[in-house]
Design a protein around this ligand. Structure first.
Ligand code: UDP
Ligand code: MG
Length: 325
């Protein structure tokens, strides 16, 4: 039985189609009611800019009428394309695939829920043209409940101080990227929150502008309280990937050598006293020293394993695209 291909081959347009100035990339998961008003305002604002553009919606495996609405809207909305996932992979996956599919010289991302205002696309592009590679929006007056805004302030403060990327609003959905940045970011987990960090670490120039924000009218937020723990773990992953992933042994080896040396000092000390004739009773400190030595060797071996993995090509995650509209 021949295996059924999961991902339809990308249409040949990629090579032949002319580049456009702007791609507006919109991840959408269960946003059926928002799509029509979103696209209406977006096309109006884009036409006012007087630049060539395309609108690329990534339907992240929506279970509502999002796909049906997209099909309808394709007939009436100029320059609208869509990538439709077979299942819900998450916002990071939707953005990753969208970045690879985008044909624009500048890629502007925005949320599908009408919380971001497409009026800001002009100012974002202007800032890119000033020489920035990535410009993030900053929702200074955020229209979300306090249970979201407060943790988000904390998250931004911690991320910004740990990574050295001075932005007020890392996770703003509204951002503009030079194509080179968009094509270079690889996102796993929920790393879309850290795109500015990843870009900064790759040497790109990151900036921000203040943008307006609206309350969500239809549908509900897709990120529950799990966002806090996931966000923290992803921060650790990003810090590790940006600082140590190329030299895992430097990190793990350091910790390992430190533990092993401390353990060796303790055990050698007791052994010496034993040689001098002192009885060797069960001592907690001696046990501790032995554990440290073992732990140290384990950390060093983890570093070696890391080096081995880093030295081979890392397999990029791929996502099952059902169709392209
Ligand atoms: N989104 C997505 N896949 C998901 C979750 C969210 O594509 O698994 C999209 C969602 O449709 C919206 C954007 O990501 O366009 C931001 O999501 P949401 O408004 O729920 O986040 P919040 O504004 O509450 O942080
Ligand atoms: Mg939202």
């Amino acid at each position: 039985m021949a295996a059924e291909p999961v991902t339809p081959a990308a249409p040949p347009r990629d090579a032949s189609a002319p580049a456009v100035e702007i791609t507006v990339l919109i991840p959408a998961y269960n946003e059926a009611e928002n799509l029509a008003p979103l696209l209406e305002k977006l096309t109006a604002d884009l036409s006012a800019l007087g630049r060539t553009y395309e609108i690329l919606v990534v339907d992240d495996g929506s279970a509502d009428d999002t796909l049906a609405r997209l099909r309808d809207l394709r007939r009436t909305t100029p320059h609208l394309r869509a990538v439709v996932f077979r299942r819900n992979y998450g916002k990071s996956a939707a953005l990753s695939v969208g970045f690879q599919e985008a044909r624009g010289r500048t890629v502007v991302t925005m949320d599908a829920d009408l919380q971001d205002d497409s009026k800001e696309i002009g100012p974002l592009i202007a800032k890119i043209e000033e020489g920035f590679d990535l410009v993030s929006g900053w929702k200074q007056k955020r229209k979300d409940p306090i249970v979201k805004t407060l943790p988000s302030k904390l998250f931004n403060a911690v991320t910004s101080s740990l990574t050295g990327v001075r932005l007020h609003d890392m996770n703003c959905g509204l951002k503009a990227y030079r194509a080179e940045v968009a094509k270079s970011v690889r996102l796993r987990g929920e790393q879309h929150r850290f795109i500015p960090v990843l870009a900064h670490w790759n040497g790109f120039r990151v900036g921000e502008i203040r943008t307006v924000h609206h309350p969500r009218l239809h549908g509900r937020t897709k990120f529950g309280s799990a966002r806090f723990l996931n966000g923290f773990l992803d921060l650790l992953a990003v810090m590790f990937l940006t600082t140590s992933s190329r030299r895992p042994l430097h990190l793990f080896g350091r910790i390992g050598v430190f533990f092993a040396l401390a353990g060796a000092a303790i055990t050698i000390g007791y052994s010496w006293r034993w040689i001098l004739g002192e009885g060797l009773r069960l001592r907690p400190a001696l046990l501790f020293g032995t554990v440290l030595v073992i732990l140290g060797f384990q950390f060093v071996s983890m570093g070696f394993l890391g080096e081995l993995i880093a030295s081979t090509r890392v397999h990029e995650p791929d996502y099952a695209v059902r169709e392209r509209l």
